[in-house]
Ligand binder design. Sequence first.
Ligand SMILES: NC(=O)c1ccc[n+]([C@@H]2O[C@H](COP(=O)([O-])OP(=O)(O)OC[C@H]3O[C@@H](n4cnc5c(N)ncnc54)[C@H](OP(=O)(O)O)[C@@H]3O)[C@@H](O)[C@H]2O)c1
Length: 288
Amino acid sequence: MSLPTGSMKDRNCMITGASNGIGKEVAHQLAAQGATLYLVCRNKERGENALKEIKEKSGNDKLTLLLADLSDQAAVKKLAEDFLATGEPLHVLVNNAGIFNLKFEKSVDGIEKVYATNHLAYFILTEMLLPRIKESAPSRIVNVTSRGHKWAKSIYPLSEAFFDGFEAYGGTKLSNILYTRNLSRKLQGTGVTVNCTHPGDIETGLARNNTGWPSMILGMLKPYFSSVETGAESTVHLAASQDVLHTSGEYFVGTRVKRSSAPSYDLGLGSELRELSLKMTGLSDSAN
Ligand SMILES: NC(=O)c1ccc[n+]([C@@H]2O[C@H](COP(=O)([O-])OP(=O)(O)OC[C@H]3O[C@@H](n4cnc5c(N)ncnc54)[C@H](OP(=O)(O)O)[C@@H]3O)[C@@H](O)[C@H]2O)c1
């Protein structure tokens, strides 16, 4: 269960992908609880519209728009550096921004774009903000993953020749869980928790980059999808509820801890992912 209105009023929260879907609804709900929000969006107009809507509905004007294309490593690093330069504490980081592509696309860094957005951006932002998140303890990191992690066959980015959209998405969502568990072990005793969540099957814009049969199938499945309010429930719970104050390294569906796939518990694979991510981003291991 989440806290009542006003209970987050001394908490600074950063939410990525706050211009649409689950991230925007999480922002609505945390704003209603009085939190100070840093909303990360890639598009200025969509970001400003979201901020306006959230301010009007919640009456909370402690909202700041931060612009960054999270598929671009330099932009993610600048976002983290700019936030650190403000000197503000950070009590909650919600890594939520994500994409699902059926066609292979490269980021500006030449990396498969789903991998760059869904995994490497979570990794860079978290690792760079970690010193501040630790200073701000008790604090929390929430990684939005998916039950689609079960489609994964690898934690490495797929090449164009062997690209499969479901496998690529699944690999990044498995990476979200492996990273959560790897980081949670490193953060023991720091007062920082890190959990991940599958938000449910939610009607959002996630597959809007794709045309043809996937859009048709999604259209047919719409009646079976839940609302964004339901989709935000688990993330808001992990960000705000006293019930999970000391819970870390877990995979949630709704407000319950659930079993994820067998590979997602593989600590060796988690360490391999950390090494790979450090190499691909040029970061040093700040959590050690
Ligand atoms: N919907 C579901 O059924 C479902 C199920 C399981 C997991 N999830 C996870 O939930 C999370 C949110 O997805 P959603 O369903 O809410 O999708 P969505 O409606 O498409 O929202 C995604 C958000 O991420 C932002 N974003 C995408 N690429 C970005 C980039 N390069 N830089 C900055 N922001 C970027 C989008 O910005 P724009 O507004 O500019 O596009 C949007 O605000 C994702 O991690 C997804 O994997 C969703």
